[in-house]
Ligand binder design. Structure first.
Ligand code: F6P
Length: 514
């Protein structure tokens, strides 16, 4: 497939990737000049290899309000020389970061799209700022656009951009991929700007979601708020719209009769399996993993890696771990929960509050169970280098993921890729997007059911090696065959050529009565 992408790159036009953040973090050095380091994360590892092969531009915020465009330009030019693409910064003011990023993106859309509407702060000034900043991003796109380019916009920060591009008169092919979930109708309806957001999304030529669940929710909202005709079945369907229908006429600018097809699909995002598995195989990683195991003196390691976010179900995880120690005393002194919490969005009050809550719970549980030579929870609040993370993945006997709702959850996939010895078990929330693809090998749990999660920990603890191996083998096969290259390739092929390529059809997970 990689060779195919190489061949195609000679024919294809440029790809313009647009996301809130550029794929690098900028730091100001002691002599005041700025340097750029590639950042990690799903979107970066997904898009960089594709851009490198195809050539193109990445447009986004460089993540700082302390520098001017001129100051960051040399660092971005240097980064461009090292890759095959260029980076176009969208500079934001402090006020825009407040209203657009902290405000509308992370205090309205983020909680709403994760079904947590009571966490939403529907401040109208946030919406106005979101519209303005999306317009600013659209201007950046218009400045670099050349006829024939394909514009691929990512994530919930930029749902209004295609509308802004249309209003500027840019006749470009555009695609949008939502990395988060899309909420069910009754939750989406609470959004004061529900018509504006849906109309804006429908200005894209293609819209991609992580799972069938999200696509179904989206189509249900479109169906409820507008009339529509849907063609096709399977992972990708076409919405057929014409300005002859009054409900749709607002989606067209001109007066003559026109029709548009909008392609709506589910494209579960993958990871760069090969690179991660190779890193996990390497000697330094193996040595680090062995040291981590030694540190636990033969106890089983339950690994948690989560951004500090209320959607990750961290309190539920800790409570389930406590429940497991209470109900299964044989686990005491024989397991450790090693929980890495990655700092995130700490300017938002809910996130700061959650940190206190977690620290309190960890203290309580460790206070309840610690014995001489055994502290049950190793809690670390930090960002850790990728090589260290992979060593943890390789060393861990179980990974425990209890998201209350998650677009995909790439930690689940990374854990499997790094499990080169195939000795680990994956305990995964049924509400993570990854549950649909990984339902064959993972132990799926409802994170709201503390006892069920505790039972999952106990089952994994007791699971015979052969069963672990068989399950992990199945998981790794799925993660390997549905990797990030396949994801990008499928989205681009379906949306730019409308080719009838085979898109893996992955049914959502539904629990069965026991
Ligand atoms: O999952 C959505 C997402 O925006 C990811 O793309 C990103 O890694 C994560 O949330 C954190 O994003 P940020 O720090 O930019 O808010």
């Amino acid at each position: 497939m990689l060779r195919k992408l190489d061949r195609d790159s000679k024919r294809q036009n440029r790809l313009i990737v647009v996301s809130n953040r550029l794929p690098m973090s900028l730091t100001q050095e002691a002599d005041e000049h700025w340097t750029a380091k590639p950042s990690s994360g799903g979107l970066v590892s997904a898009m960089m290899p594709v851009l490198r092969r195809q050539g193109g531009v990445w447009i986004g915020w460089p993540g700082t309000v302390d520098a001017s465009r001129e100051q960051v330009a040399p660092a971005l030019e240097q980064a461009a020389r090292e890759t095959r693409c260029s980076f176009e910064p969208v500079m934001l003011t402090q006020e825009e970061v407040e209203g657009f990023y902290h405000g509308f993106s992370n205090e309205v859309i983020w909680p709403l799209f994760h079904d947590l509407f009571t966490n939403c702060n529907f401040d109208p000034s946030y919406w106005h700022c979101y519209e303005r900043v999306n317009h600013k991003f659209a201007e950046a796109v218009a400045n670099v656009y050349r006829p024939g380019d394909f514009i691929w916009v990512h994530d919930y920060h930029l749902m209004d951009i295609a509308d802004a591009l249309k209003r500027m008169g840019l006749q470009a092919k555009t695609g949008f991929f939502l990395h988060t979930p899309f909420p069910p109708l009754e939750i989406f309806l609470k959004l004061p700007w529900r018509f504006e957001i849906l109309r804006s999304l429908l200005q894209f030529d293609s819209i991609g979601f992580q799972t069938l669940r999200d696509r179904r929710n989206f189509l249900q909202c479109v169906r409820a708020l507008f009339k529509l005709h849907i063609d096709g079945a399977g992972s990708v369907v076409q919405l057929h719209v014409t300005n002859q229908d009054p409900e749709w006429s607002t989606l067209f600018d001109n007066e003559t009769a026109v029709e548009r097809d909008i392609c709506v699909g589910s494209f579960p995002i993958g990871i760069d399996y090969q690179t991660l598995a190779e890193l996990a195989e390497q000697e330094p990683t193996a040595a680090k993993a062995a040291r981590l195991k030694d540190d636990l003196s033969g106890r089983q390691m339950i690994l948690g890696v989560d951004r500090l976010d209320y959607t990750k179900g961290l309190p539920n995880k800790l409570q389930a771990f406590r429940n497991a120690l209470e109900r299964y005393p044989e686990l005491r002194g024989r397991i450790n929960l090693v929980q890495h919490v990655i700092p995130s969005r700490s300017d938002i009050p809910e996130y700061r509050q959650l940190k206190f809550e977690l620290e309190h719970l960890v203290g309580e549980i460790n206070g309840q169970f610690t014995e001489s030579g055994w502290v049950p929870i190793h809690y670390m609040y930090h960002s850790l280098p990728f090589e260290d993370l992979v060593a943890y993945y390789r060393a861990a006997d179980m990974a425990l993921i209890t998201s209350l709702k998650d677009g995909m959850n790439l930690v689940a996939k990374e854990y499997c890729a790094a499990q080169v010895d195939e000795t680990g078990a994956l305990i995964l929330s049924e509400f993570a997007g990854a549950a649909a693809q990984l339902q064959k090998g993972a132990l799926l749990v409802n994170p709201h059911d503390i006892e069920q999660v505790a039972d999952g920990i106990y089952s994994a603890f007791k699971m015979p090696q052969l069963e672990r191996r068989n399950r992990m083998r199945a998981l790794r096969r799925t993660v390997r065959t549905q990797d990030v290259y396949r994801w990008a390739d499928t989205f681009l092929t379906v949306t730019t050529n409308r080719d009838p390529v085979h898109v893996p059809y992955t049914e959502d997970y539904l629990p069965r009565a026991q």
